[in-house]
Ligand binder design. Structure first.
Ligand code: NAP
Length: 271
């Protein structure tokens, strides 16, 4: 199933920065309408200003909502119902991480990752699906991560949440194919956005960055490959050559061998 992005009406969650803002920028010249969703209104306004500089007649709506909360998700779903827009592209991009061990994490940060990365993505998809079904051909982009292919110590809940997103997306792609709804799951590697700043804890805990240099590509390339994947009917996209190789390798690696590598890395090679 291919989804042409020309003249699309798209909702982009987490559009106030990083990959979400970049999706908006790259869709600006093609979309009929963009609906940008996040909590920070000033950042959303700044993204909107940039979009109108690219294309002054683009219809852009801002919806301020905390997607971690049921009330916040209802704000978006109710807005879609009331506005009567012909939604045909949903980009589930909002997400966050938390660097450090489970034992040293706070309940709030663990809960926030599950609420945004998993609960919001599933429940928004479910609530907005009837709108997509009414406007086929339609598309869904779910932002997962390369981290979803490896159970990452020091990022355990995040990587598990992204493994969920990948599995959920692959199943949904099969369910919706005959309904002319393309589901594309995007698994970026480390990408320079605000992600690391948010994931870092107040005590400064950072992730192990060894080897990341080979995987890092700019957000513009991540988004360009994601949109190309959607247009070409790809179910999984690992943007960048390094990430694509790593993704294939991690998915093929025997689990015991993977755990051996992860133990060595977690214990900084002291095993
Ligand atoms: N950067 C990377 O290295 C990387 C790698 C793989 C996957 N990803 C994934 O890419 C996606 C985008 O992240 P990014 O890298 O662009 O990071 P980012 O710059 O920190 O953007 C995260 C976006 O999510 C929104 N968000 C977070 N919590 C929210 C909530 N409760 N309600 C509504 N919106 C919320 C933020 O908006 P507000 O703060 O304004 O609400 C922001 O717009 C995430 O799903 C992330 O897991 C990132």
């Amino acid at each position: 199933m291919k989804f042409p992005t020309q003249d699309c009406t798209a909702i982009i969650t987490g559009a106030s920065s990083g990959l979400g803002a970049e999706f908006a920028r790259q869709l600006a010249l093609q979309a009929r309408m963009l609906v940008l969703v996040a909590r920070r209104i000033e950042s959303l306004e700044a993204v909107k200003t940039n979009l109108l500089a690219i294309r002054p007649d683009l219809e852009v709506h801002l919806v301020v909502a905390d997607l971690a909360l049921a009330d916040g998700r209802s704000v978006l779903v109710d807005w879609v119902k009331k506005s009567g827009i012909s939604l045909n592209l949903l980009i589930n991009n909002a997400g966050l991480g938390d660097y450090g061990t489970l034992a040293s994490a706070t309940q709030e940060r663990l809960q926030a990752q599950i609420d945004v990365n998993v609960t919001a993505l599933v429940l928004l998809t479910h609530a907005l699906l009837p709108h997509l079904q009414a406007n086929v051909p339609a598309g869904i982009i779910n932002i997962s991560s390369l981290a979803g292919t490896i159970p990452m110590p020091d990022h355990a809940v995040y990587s598990a949440s992204k493994a969920f997103v990948t599995s959920f997306s692959e199943a949904l792609a099969v369910e919706l194919q005959s309904q002319h709804i393309q589901v594309t799951c995007v698994c970026p590697g480390p990408t320079p956005t605000n992600f690391s700043m948010t994931a870092r804890r107040p005590d400064g805990t950072d992730t192990d960055r060894s080897g990341q240099r080979l995987l890092r590509i700019p957000s513009s390339q991540v988004v360009a490959e994601a949109l190309a994947g959607l247009r070409d009917g790809k179910v999984c996209v690992f943007p960048g050559r390094g990430v694509s190789i790593a993704g294939s390798l991690f998915r093929l690696l025997p689990r015991a061998l993977m755990r051996w590598f992860l133990r060595r890395r977690f214990n900084k090679g002291t095993l």
